[in-house]
Write a protein that binds this ligand. Structure first.
Ligand code: ZN
Length: 529
């Protein structure tokens, strides 16, 4: 708050005291940033509607049809040129506006989580539709941040005749690590100078250097055997399900002798049809995570060996295909430092009593300390120290090894989330998410202005990218030229729920907010049901 006040008072002193003064470069930039912040503030209703609309769609990876249509319609109305079907993915698109250099790309994920349907503003489990997908990660807010910032920049770039191109793109099927390596392979980031990626968080932060977490390869193993009557002639069958079970047993024993930094997990996606038919086809889907490319490849090789062993034991055949990949992340220091200066200017949103009540009730519900929403900014970016023990992944990793990239984490959710869970959807169509997204859009627009107005910053990002980040590591894609995005994923789940979900799409013509449409009192906590 103090910093924000300083920034604004400095600005007003400048223009009120010296209105005719030709303003030096830093001051001119500050004035443009101030204008961007004001534009974002006037768009609060627009941002809120986008957040609520995307929340109500709740679409899973590769099936984000309503989501992508809604966002690209807005972009087209605002003069962006939109190409759809990027990399053969029906829900992927690239939107461009402006001309010339520098080229700044904004990305954010758009997909939801299975079984995460949840009424917003309600601090206990209460799905909108039982079993349906929902935004249990908060990916409904990032494009609202990006589009708001882009429209604010557009106004300023037109008025002030600022050269540069804005490119907007979606992280399709991030939960499946399904699209970004393909965007890289297919040239989406050719000629892009910097990527500003946005991701929901519970604070306002940015990092640089080696990111926390892992990279991964996501692989589906298909075992093929032969069916037979399970009681009448079991000796004539060759069970593909046996092979799946033996592969899992093999990997679970092998786990003891793997590096501490690995994460390996699986789900059986096809275990046969019924007990009295020996399963002729069975499938298991693995995520193999490690902290660098060499170890991801090594773990993948181990998985393939174990799968071959299981096939040998059961007299079945095995084949596999890659469903997704992600490189470990590495973020750009000069952009992160410029972004953090803007973060300090903007600060955290002013949380209301109702926001804090929801946050604390929710935290109690999931069994953590009810410390509410943060009132202090995250630490400034600094290099990660200590051994890298892995964790989650995001295919922004592939982008970050292709173009100087950072991820802006903005405060649209409650801290202490288990993640990938209905509880992460509770705040995501409430004033917490709305204010957090507006806050994110301000920082994003300001940082884009830094890149548009300071050629020396672009130079510094490139120097860091080549000389520091690229000193010892060269990006080698995990996918080949032949691999295809797994666009069939989630088709079945979405076809089961889509019609039911349509009845709950947000209707901004009739309601101000999604909370109002659903008739939810904000906040709804236990004891007030
Ligand atoms: Zn995410």
């Amino acid at each position: 708050m103090r910093n924000r006040a300083l920034f604004f008072s400095f600005f007003f002193v400048c223009i009120l005291t010296f209105p005719r003064l030709s303003i030096a470069q830093p001051t001119k930039l500050n004035r443009l940033k101030m204008e961007a912040v004001q534009h974002v503030e006037t768009m609060q209703t627009f941002t809120q509607q986008m957040v609520d609309m995307l929340f109500s769609f709740g679409e899973l990876g590769f099936q984000e049809h309503e989501t992508s249509k809604y966002i690209t319609d807005i972009l087209k109305e605002n003069g962006f040129e939109v190409e759809t079907g990027q990399s053969g993915i029906p829900t992927a698109w690239v939107a461009r506006w402006g001309s010339g250099a520098p080229v700044i790309a904004f990305g954010s994920d758009i997909d939801g989580i299975p079984k995460a349907s949840q009424k917003p503003g309600v601090a206990y489990h209460d799905p909108v539709i039982e079993g349906a997908p929902g935004h249990g990660e908060g990916h409904n807010s990032g494009q609202a941040v990006n589009v708001t910032a882009a429209l604010a920049l557009q106004k300023i770039m037109v008025q002030k005749n600022i050269s540069g191109t804005l490119v907007l793109w979606p992280g399709v099927a991030e939960e499946q690590l399904g699209s970004k390596a393909y965007f890289v392979r297919d040239g989406v980031f050719n000629n892009v100078d910097a990527v500003l990626f946005t991701h929901v968080s519970s604070n306002l932060s940015v990092s640089y250097g080696e990111g926390r977490g892992s990279g991964l390869v996501s692989v589906e193993y298909t075992f093929l055997g032969d069916s037979a009557h399970s009681a009448g002639a079991p000796w004539r069958g060759r069970s593909a399900l046996d092979a799946v079970e033996l592969m899992n047993i093999g990997m679970n024993f092998r786990r003891e002798h793997l590096r501490l930094s690995q994460r390996t997990h699986y789900v059986i996606t096809n275990g046969g049809d019924q007990p009295n038919v020996v399963p002729s086809v069975a499938q298991v889907w693995y995520y193999f995570r490690e902290v660098d490319y060499e170890h991801i490849k090594r773990l993948f090789d181990i998985g393939n060996d174990v799968a071959r062993g299981a096939a040998l034991m059961t007299n079945t055949e095995v084949e596999w295909r890659i469903l997704g990949t992600a490189w470990p992340r590495h973020f750009n220091k000069p952009i992160a430092e410029a972004m953090y200066d803007n973060i300090k200017e903007i600060g955290l949103p002013d949380w209301s009593e109702a926001d804090q009540t929801l946050a604390k009730a929710w935290q109690k519900e999931v069994g953590r300390a009810p410390d509410g929403l943060p009132d202090e900014l995250s630490d400034p970016p600094k290099p990660r120290i200590g051994p890298q023990l892995g964790g989650g992944s995001d295919d922004i990793g592939d982008v970050s090894w292709t173009v100087p990239t950072v991820t802006l984490r903005y405060p649209a959710n409650i801290q202490g989330l288990p993640g990938h869970h209905w509880s992460s959807a509770v705040a995501m169509a409430t004033p917490i998410a709305h204010k957090g997204s507006t806050t994110g859009a301000k920082v994003l627009a300001m940082t884009a202005l830094d890149l548009l107005m300071r050629p020396e910053l672009i130079e510094a990002t490139k120097t860091y990218f080549t000389e520091e980040q690229g000193k010892e590591t060269t990006y080698t894609p995990i996918i080949s030229a032949e691999d295809k995005p797994a666009t069939f994923l989630n088709e079945k789940i979405m076809s089961e729920f889509r019609d039911k979900m349509k009845a709950y799409y947000f209707d901004p013509a009739r309601y101000k907010t999604y909370l109002e449409q659903l008739g939810i009192e904000y906040p709804t906590v236990r004891g007030h049901q």
